[in-house]
Design a protein around this ligand. Structure first.
Ligand code: MN
Length: 332
């Protein structure tokens, strides 16, 4: 495959011609952008390149087990100390649009040579060299193709990083984007010595105690509408504080609503410290929540979206429920 959106050969040449390379993961970083970036950093280091990772954010605490994650520099600090030459190549990783680089975007754009590696279908192709394959389950798959192109066998630490990207973007190999190629890569990662039980447990089973406490307060609020096909939970800020929880501990709570048997659409609404209400929305095909989120000033995908509303909590919950009921009746 070779077209305007998939310029792998051009990227390989650009890598060969560069002496230093800057990698840009996206803001609100996830397992794929961080795992793919770190694996690529290891690959490029093996090719004797001087590599710096630049991010306008901090890597999430739950990925702190990743090899070399502390080498990621905050962009403000990096832009001052990084040695830039005419042969510096800047590569964005897993960023579906250039706004995903946050305040690091002007820095990225200041380079003569830019590239990107991504798998989002909506990617407009914002770099000098674009390597976009929207059929890839994760950017980690595209990084593995670069290992192959340079005939570098994947090593254990690289395998851990690529596994993190691939498994998180496929929801531990259950989302619709899970492909045969994802499992082919998994076979290679296992051959490279990936300790899958250890990392699957860290990524998908272990929960922070604050998350469990928050879940315990959210679950009793579960409410079913439309004959049990819409489910939702809500939690006031006082209870979030009581659980000692912060916003990342709310991740995954909405799953208990959408995973309730028979439910097609779900929400989880939580009040923030400043009195706003953050809603996570989920749906099962053919139902969708992107329209609901957009109507309420948010955004996202068909099956997973979100929005932030003005309080008070009970009014916001009523608004979300009304919008979801309308979408439910209009959908499917
Ligand atoms: Mn991704």
């Amino acid at each position: 495959m070779m077209n305007e959106r998939y310029q792998l050969q051009a990227l390989l040449s650009a890598i060969q011609n560069a002496d230093s390379i800057l990698l840009f993961p996206h803001i609100s970083p996830d397992g794929d952008t961080i795992g793919s970036t770190l694996a690529l950093k290891m690959l490029l280091t093996r090719l004797q390149k001087c590599v710096t990772v630049v991010l306008d954010d901090t890597p999430p605490e739950n990925l702190s087990f990743l090899p070399d994650i502390y080498s990621i520099r905050h962009f403000e600090e990096a832009s001052k100390v990084v040695h830039v030459t005419d042969n510096t190549l800047a590569i964005a990783v897993d960023a579906g649009g250039d706004e995903r680089l946050g305040n690091a975007l002007p820095f990225f754009q200041s380079f003569q040579h830019t590239a990107q590696i991504d798998h989002h279908p909506t990617n407009p192709g914002y770099a000098g060299i674009n390597v976009i394959d929207d059929e890839a389950s994760a950017t980690a798959i595209l990084i593995s193709r670069i290992f192959e192109a340079f005939e570098l066998p994947i090593q254990r630490e690289e395998a851990i990083c690529l596994y993190t990207g691939l498994s998180t973007d496929t929801g531990n190999f259950v989302y619709k984007n899970t492909t045969a190629e994802a499992f082919q890569l998994m076979a290679k990662l296992m051959e490279a010595g990936l300790p899958i039980a250890t990392y699957a447990r860290i990524l998908f089973r272990c929960k922070e105690k604050e998350h469990i406490a928050l879940l315990g307060k959210a679950l009793p609020t579960m409410r079913y509408l439309c004959g049990g096909e819409i489910a939702g939970m809500h939690i006031p800020y006082a209870q979030i504080r009581e659980a000692g929880a912060s916003s990342e501990h709310a991740d995954g709570v909405v799953d208990y609503a959408i995973d309730s048997a028979g439910v097609k659409m779900a929400y989880f609404a939580r009040e923030t410290e400043n009195g706003q209400v953050k809603c996570s929305l989920r749906a099962l095909t053919p139902y969708r929540v992107d329209g609901v989120a957009a109507m309420l000033g948010g955004g996202g995908h068909q099956l997973a979206a979100g929005c932030t509303m003005e309080g008070p909590l009970d009014a916001a919950v009523r608004t979300v429920e009304a919008a979801m009921q309308e979408a439910y009746l209009g959908g499917a």
